[in-house]
Design a protein. Sequence first.
Length: 394
Amino acid sequence: MEQLTCYDCGETYPFGDVTRCRCGEPLWFETDAAAFDWPDASDGSLGRDALWRYESVLPATTPTGLAAAAGGTPLFRAPSIESTDGPRVHLKVEGVNPTGSFKDRGTAVGISRVDGPVGTVSHGNMALSVAAHAAAADREAVILVAEDTPDSRLAMIAQHDPHLFRVHGEYGRLYHDTLEHDLGAAFLNSDAPLRVAGQKTVAYEICEAFAPDAPDAIVLPVSSGGQASGVWKALRELDAAGLLTATPRIYLAQTARCDPIAQAYRRGASRVEPVTGEPTAAVSINNADPPSGNRALAAVAETDGGVVSVPEEAMLAETDRLAADAGVSVEPSCAVATAAVRDLAAAGEFGPGDDVAVILTGSGYKYGETEPDTSSVREIDRSDVPGAVRDAVS
Ligand SMILES: *Cc1c(COP(=O)(O)O)cnc(C)c1O
Ligand SMILES: [Zn+2]
């Protein structure tokens, strides 16, 4: 599994040489899944195993320590939030991953594959995940956060002792900066091929739980498009392995305050244009220029799904409803997905006979009241990032 391919133009590259296709689109690992079959589950191991249950289709081998524990999250039907004429709703609770979000899947595979220092451009769950997994694996971590990242979030990341930089300047460009410069650290950004490989395992787990049938649809929040890509990749592989009776449709949900993928979907376009987002409580999904946006749109088009924008008020109300009625505390960024299920049911996309799996991407229990200690955070300008990062990791 050493080849990367472009979903769009089909170009292939050896792993390690390039970060994106020369056509501009993101790459993913080529996986020959034709011989894949579900592992034996008669011993109850599905639901107990971590994501390494699917090691044969991953570009890394089972590690020890924290990375060994990512994935294997609960999936349960939640009748308390179903409506009488709506579909059966199954919740995949990614908040129980080691650092509270699905990002641990991608981090676990990434850190198990690369050597030396690791890094990421993130001010949220991905930063926390990379910092924690690096700590567990005794690696240095470089975390580049945006100027406006609140101290409470910084303190949460800082407790794992990474090199933590608050970057002043155009944060949106940093994703590309870290791919274009050799910074002495392997950057596991939102849609890095290793990360997408790890993240596809969430859909493996969902589909295995329904085997030999399959859910009618998988609904998830989308920002960079990394997780949506992983879900699509999983469905393609499971199709190739002959394990899906019908391919689940992929539906994506965005906040109406930052919805470039939904806007492109409504235009009927195959390319996402950057937008100017507005402030939103959906802090984990406010990417105005998503690097895997086109691939996310392709996932929707190929599986006959859709993209939904959820207004801020509806999202916040849905966050409360999930906690109060389903007993699951999530970030507002996740609640767009169950809000979307209701919109889609009302629009006739789902009926009472349908099984819809919703990925609740991150825990709501994280953002507490602790006194933030941010004394280890260094303030730097974007132009100083390459030098400062190199100095920090050397
Ligand atoms: C990162 C994140 C997302 C968005 O995932 P992408 O791969 O960037 O599309 C959604 N929800 C939560 C909680 C996240 O942390
Ligand atoms: Zn290409």
